[in-house]
Ligand binder design. Structure first.
Ligand code: ADP
Length: 338
């Protein structure tokens, strides 16, 4: 069920290009949407427009029942039924964990407020630190308190701006998994802003890819990864190999093999590096340098003056100078007409 819709939102700070340019998003209850894009592409600004921390120049933010922002009206952030988690957590340093989480509940009486706060702290496994001050907490613990504070009013929508970027390695994975569980249990419509493609694909039910203030594509992580709407969208989700192709007779031909394609004329094949499979037959290509990359090797291959980097399992790793046969895996390839 739709919780909040943003449509045609624009915001300019006076620079040559707007920070957010006619962007739209639909947030649904029980669904985690990840807004992914490079630094400076307008993600935080879009989140702030939805939260009501900024007024849009154009467009609207609404729930199914009411308009929150448009040309004529503006609901302040505290009346939007939205919980927020900021990148730096923004906990009040002079308040305890319990007081931080209870801050937005001052309309409730003491006993009820304490019960709600402690129940929420239990959910994020921080009840035993209720009397601690933020500076006594680790980054991961502060993150959990910030999450509890965002959820304690049981908001319909929760917005998180780069919530894990201050954490490293294993701790980040643990905190992320726990936060994901808590967010799912809340049933809220969740929007997570991140610049980390792997994180976005792992967390999201729905991805929104953003560049230069615009939403390029929305869809499941799988669809966005395997069926990009443009080379630009494909690049946001990971490495690509881009090759000139000739489209004719229902096929796109490249020096590394042909794939089914509609249309005719020149085009471009955008492939993931895992699309290049070493096989017993297929296009013969010469292997350039081969480098170790942890779980796989990267092999430079070249045919008819076009170059690609293949991601190959160790067991099939070729040596530099080998002549190998390449088969293109269609699932990891998309053809775009020029
Ligand atoms: P992201 O979150 O994707 O890194 P932002 O939304 O923070 O991107 O920023 C988008 C663009 O808007 C950037 O060029 C940034 O410098 C600019 N910007 C963001 N906030 C402000 C502001 N308050 N005043 C002026 N420019 C801003």
């Amino acid at each position: 069920m739709t919780a909040l819709t943003a449509a045609g939102l624009s915001k300019s700070y006076g620079a040559r290009v707007p920070a957010v340019d006619r962007a739209g998003l639909e947030l649904r209850h029980g669904r985690i949407t990840c807004l992914l894009g490079p630094s400076g592409c307008g993600k935080s600004t879009l989140l702030r427009l939805i939260a009501g921390l900024e007024r849009p120049d154009a467009g609207e933010v609404r729930t199914p029942d009411r308009v929150l922002s448009d040309a004529a009206s503006f609901t302040p952030p505290e009346q939007r039924d939205i919980g927020l988690v900021f990148q730096d957590y923004a906990l009040f340093p002079h308040l305890t964990v319990e007081q931080n989480v209870g801050f937005g509940l001052n309309r409730l009486g003491g006993a009820e407020r304490r019960a709600r706060v402690m129940a929420q702290l239990e959910r994020v496994r921080m009840a035993d630190r209720a009397d601690a001050y933020p500076q006594a907490l680790s980054g991961g613990e502060q993150q959990r308190v910030a999450l509890a504070r965002a959820l304690v009013c049981e908001p319909g929508v929760v917005l998180l701006d780069e919530p894990f970027s201050g954490l490293d390695g294993r701790l980040k994975q643990e905190v992320r998994a726990a936060a994901l569980r808590t967010l799912r249990e809340s049933g809220a419509a969740v929007l997570v802003v991140t610049h980390d493609a792997e994180e976005a694909m792992m967390m999201a039910d729905e991805l929104a890819l953003m560049k230069h203030g615009r939403i390029l594509q929305t869809g499941s992580p799988r669809d966005c990864y395997l069926q990009p709407v443009s080379p630009e969208a494909a690049r946001l989700l990971g490495d690509t190999v881009e090759l000139a192709a000739t489209i004719r007779d229902g096929r796109a031909e490249t020096p590394f093999g042909a794939l089914p394609a509609a249309g005719s004329g020149p085009g471009r094949l955008v492939a993931r590096p895992e699309a290049f499979r070493i096989a017993d037959s297929g296009a013969p290509v010469r292997v350039g340098s081969v480098s170790f990359a942890g779980p796989f090797v990267l092999a430079e291959i070249e045919a008819e003056g076009q170059k690609a980097v293949a991601r190959v399992p160790h067991a099939l790793a070729p040596s530099s100078g080998d002549l190998v046969h390449i088969r293109l895996e269609p699932a990891f390839c998309t053809v775009f007409p020029d």
